[in-house]
Design a protein around this ligand. Structure first.
Ligand code: FES
Length: 376
C-alpha cells in the first residue's frame, strides 16, 4: 500500500458552503462536493474528454460533466447506472481540528467502459479511384413547391461536366434535405469540448450532418459549394453547416491534425444584390483554414444590382446564360485538374508547422484555457 499523502484543503466550515468545487493541486484536479451533509472527492477530470467535473452540476448524487453531460457519483466516482465501469478515481478525506484533508493517493482507479467508436472516428486516408467531386447545395426552398435556384442550376451543370467530361465520381448533398442541429457552442466551453466527431453528431443519432462530414473528410477530392447571397452574406444553411465544421478546424488547433488534405474547394455564388467579394472572401477564408487549396479563379458568381430587384428577369437571365454554364464547367475543370495533381504528389502524414497559425501560442503548445491533463 503506498503511503498516504494528506493535504490540507481548507476550513471545513468554509468548504461546506460550496456544493461543488473544482480544486487544482498542481496538475491534479479534484471535484470536491458537499451534498446531504457528506463531503466527497473524486477526480476533477472527466473520463470522456477531460471536462472539469468540479464545474458541473448535480443530478441526484451524480456530478454532471459540464461539457457533454457524462455522470459520475460524487463520492464513489462510479459512472451512472449502466456505466459504472466508466469510473473516475475517488480520494479519501478526513477532518482534523476543523480542517478538511485529502489523501492525494487515489483510493480507486480510473476505469473505462468500452464504447464502440463512432463510424467517423477512423483513420484519415483516400481510397484509390477516380477524382471525386462533391457538390453541396446550401439553398433553401419549400420542398413541396420547389423553385428555380440559380446556384443549384450551375452546381448541377458543374457536376454533370465532372461526370461526363472528366470521368469523375460525383455526389450531390442538398443541405435542405438534411435535418441537423445548429452548433451549440461546445468550443465556447473549451477547445477540448469541441470534439471530433462533432459532439452533437456523437450524442444525437438523428442528426444528419454526418453525411456532410463523411463526404468532405473521407470521400471528396473536390468540394464545390453553391450558395445564394442573402442580405450580403451566404445562405443561412451554409452558415449553419460551417459553424458545425468548427470541429474540423479545431483538430488543427488542439492536435495539429489536418482533417482535409489534398482537397480542392470551389464556390458558386449567386445573388440578387452585390456583395460577391465579401461572401467569396468568407468562404475562401474558412476553407483555407481547413486546409483546402483552390484552383486559379476559385469561384464564379453572378448578381443583380441594388436598383434592379427584378428577380424574375434575373431567373430568366441565369436560365438562358450559356456563359454562366461555361463558367461552371470551367470551374470544375480547373478544380479537377488541381485535384489530380494533388493526388499524384500526395505526401500522407506530413506535419504542419504551427508557428503563426490560428491559435498558436508563443508561450506554450496548448491554446489558452486548454486543460493540462486530458484523459487518454
Ligand atoms: S462528458 Fe465530460 S468531457 Fe465530455
Amino acid at each position: 500500500m503506498p503511503e498516504p499523502l494528506w493535504q490540507d484543503l481548507g476550513s471545513v466550515e468554509e468548504l461546506k458552503r460550496r456544493p461543488l468545487t473544482q480544486i487544482n493541486l498542481g496538475r491534479m484536479k479534484i471535484a470536491l462536493s458537499y451534498l446531504n451533509g457528506q463531503f466527497g472527492a473524486v477526480s476533477g477530470t472527466c473520463n470522456h474528454a477531460g471536462g472539469p467535473l468540479g464545474e458541473g452540476t448535480f443530478d441526484g448524487e451524480y456530478i454532471v460533466c459540464p461539457w457533454h453531460h457524462w455522470k459520475f457519483h460524487c463520492r464513489t466516482g462510479l459512472g451512472e447506472p449502466g456505466y459504472e465501469e466508466d469510473a473516475v478515481p475517488r480520494y479519501d478525506l478526513k477532518q482534523e481540528g476543523g480542517r478538511l484533508l485529502i489523501n492525494l493517493t487515489p483510493a480507486s482507479k480510473r476505469g473505462h467502459k468500452y464504447h464502440a467508436p463512432h463510424p467517423l472516428e477512423r483513420p484519415l486516408g483516400r481510397e484509390p479511384g477516380p477524382v471525386r467531386v462533391l457538390g453541396i447545395s446550401t439553398t433553401i426552398m419549400d420542398l413541396a413547391y420547389p423553385r428555380f435556384s440559380a446556384s443549384d442550376c450551375l452546381l448541377d451543370v458543374a457536376l454533370e461536366e465532372a461526370k461526363t467530361k472528366h470521368k469523375a465520381e460525383t455526389q450531390l448533398i442538398r443541405l435542405n434535405d438534411l435535418r441537423f442541429r445548429a452548433c451549440e457552442g461546445y468550443y465556447s466551453k473549451s477547445a477540448y469540448a469541441c470534439t471530433w466527431p462533432c459532439s452533437i453528431t456523437q450524442m444525437d443519432p438523428m442528426d444528419q450532418l454526418d453525411r456532410v462530414y463523411e463526404g468532405i473528410v473521407f470521400w471528396a477530392d473536390v468540394i464545390l459549394i453553391a450558395s445564394p447571397i442573402r442580405w450580403g452574406g451566404p445562405s443561412s444553411l451554409y452558415t449553419k453547416m460551417v459553424e458545425r465544421m468548427n470541429c474540423l478546424q479545431n483538430q488543427i488547433t488542439i492536435r495539429n491534425r489536418v482533417m482535409l488534405s489534398n482537397k480542392v474547394a470551389g464556390f458558386i455564388i449567386m445573388g440578387g444584390q452585390d456583395n460577391v467579394q465579401a461572401v467569396a472572401g468568407q468562404m475562401l477564408m474558412f476553407f483555407a483554414e481547413l486546409g483546402c487549396v483552390f484552383p486559379q479563379f476559385p469561384f464564379i458568381a453572378h448578381s443583380r444590382g441594388w436598383d434592379a430587384e427584378d428577380m424574375e428577369r434575373n431567373v430568366r437571365l441565369v436560365m438562358g446564360s450559356e456563359e454562366l454554364r461555361d463558367g461552371a464547367r470551367a470551374l470544375v475543370a480547373r478544380s479537377v485538374e488541381i485535384a489530380q495533381r494533388l493526388i499524384a504528389t500526395a505526401k500522407p502524414g506530413e506535419r504542419m508547422e504551427r508557428g503563426g497559425r490560428k491559435a498558436f501560442s508563443r508561450e506554450g503548445k496548448r491554446p489558452a484555457g486548454a486543460e493540462a491533463d486530458q484523459p487518454a
